[in-house]
Design a protein around this ligand. Structure first.
Ligand SMILES: Cc1ncc(COP(=O)(O)O)c(C=O)c1O
Length: 431
């Protein structure tokens, strides 16, 4: 729906925002202070919220409490980085213990070795890995490596994709984009990728793709799409880069293991250090040798905090003590069940709402569906999307204003049922 079309839900949204503001005087006052010193009152654009964001004072398990005393069940899970919940014991213990031995080392240490072993053991396509501070950096380094390895310049990306603050290909504002040469294709449309290879095949270094588009709206790859990308890359000598910053939660060895498609390079981030700052990229021993001077590698990879002791210790605890294959599979199944239940509620209503997703991540959209590509969301009503957010929040359920949900381990069966009930109540209230 374009901005010029007045949504039938506009008045309801105004009322919901007024109700929200009236109940949060302390967050309102803090917003005024924040906006004076941070543009928009925040330092992470995705947290911008009208009329102002609520501010959290404490969080445990699946619960967050704001400065006005409101309690929310957190179904957003820090946009997937909070997979372990708010205070996972093993991570807290490992980080606390590590801090007792000092930090800011400016030297190598043991936890980074252990974490690299754990990552390589888990992800089939990663024989060697390097750590970064964010998923954005991981993707930038992977693309630089792909260009170096192939001696080519161009990168195929998908319209609507988000691969980090410097690699955003959507239409939601003017983003600073890394100065690579990009070819744009449509997700779930192999022909559009084949056309990129026809036009520039000799100079395409890599295809960068998420096994499910996350920020673009939890749009899973249709059958055959990712194997088709693998075949196209092989046929044209390009590298296939899986951005598994979000989707690595789909199985112990990531979406690549669940789907049986092997990329050349994999990027990771979000939850893997138990909620601490994290990113990583890796691939075959042969490709990663580019960073090894002893093997003739000439690429450098800097980063003061790449091996910071907090993230390394948090990562070791997360992978060795918390995220067993069983735990990861169970979360995947819980997500599948929850999405099916939400889909049932939405499809029984007369509202133009649907849900998409895979495993423990999903998104509620203000279109009737089906939704396969970001283009299918062009008709979405942003007013209804935000209204659903406010109505869920009013019922104590926190999801992203754009409708995104990422389950954490702290969302048990009862909390999942509570979410379905809340969605059902919102639907009744809005019909
Ligand atoms: C798929 C994907 N790639 C990369 C990133 C960037 O990660 P970071 O925010 O750690 O830079 C994100 C963040 O949301 C993401 O969802």
């Amino acid at each position: 729906m374009t901005a010029s079309v007045v949504s039938p839900f506009a008045d309801r949204l105004d009322a919901a925002r007024t109700r929200y503001a009236a109940a949060r005087p302390n967050s309102a006052a803090l917003f005024e202070r924040a906006a004076a010193v941070m543009p928009g009152g925040s330092t992470r654009s995705v947290l911008d919220l009208r009329p102002f964001p609520f501010r959290v004072v404490s969080a445990t398990g699946a619960t967050m409490i704001d400065v006005d005393g409101h309690e929310y069940v957190d179904y957003l899970g820090d946009f997937s980085a909070g997979l372990l919940g708010h205070d996972p014991g093993p991570v807290a213990a490992a980080v606390t213990a590590r801090l007792a031995s000092g930090w800011s080392l400016g030297a190598t240490h043991t936890d980074e070795v252990r974490l690299a072993e754990l990552v390589c053991d888990r992800f089939p396509a990663i024989e060697q890995v390097r750590f970064t501070n964010s998923g954005t950096e991981a993707n930038l380094m992977a693309l630089q490596l792909a260009r170096h390895a192939t001696g080519r310049q161009r990168i195929v990306v998908f319209d609507g994709a988000y691969h980090g603050g410097l690699l955003y290909f959507g239409h939601g504002g003017e983003a600073l984009r890394a100065p690579f040469e990009f070819d744009h294709a449509t997700y779930n449309d192999l022909d559009s990728v084949a056309r990129c290879f026809v036009d520039h095949g000799h100079d395409i270094a890599a295809v960068l793709v998420e096994p499910m588009m996350g920020a673009a709206g939890c749009l899973p790859a249709v059958d055959g799409f990712l194997p088709g990308l693998r075949a196209l890359c092989d046929a044209h000598g390009a590298l296939l880069v899986f951005d598994e910053v979000m989707t690595s939660r789909m199985a112990r060895g990531g979406a690549q293991e669940r789907l049986g498609v092997s990329p050349d390079l994999t990027t990771l981030g979000k939850y893997l250090a138990g909620g601490m700052t994290f990113g990583a990229f890796g691939g075959s021993d042969h490709l990663m040798a580019a960073f090894d001077p002893a093997r003739g590698g000439t690429l450098t990879h800097g980063g003061t905090f790449n091996n910071n002791v907090v993230s390394m210790a948090g990562g070791v605890a997360t992978l060795s003590e918390v995220l067993t294959g069983e735990v990861v599979d169970d979360l995947f199944e819980r997500g599948e069940r929850l999405r099916a239940e939400v889909a049932g509620v939405l499809s029984a209503s007369s509202l133009p709402l649907c849900v998409t997703g895979w495993g423990s991540m999903m998104a509620i959209h203000s279109v009737p569906g089906p939704v396969r590509t970001p283009g299918d969301l062009a008709r979405a009503d942003p007013v209804l999307t935000e209204l659903v957010f406010h109505e869920l929040l009013h019922r104590g359920c926190y999801v992203a204003p754009r409708g995104f949900v990422a389950l954490s381990l702290a969302i048990d069966t009862d909390l999942a049922a509570r979410f379905v009930d809340a969605v059902a109540a919102v639907v009744v209230a809005l019909q």
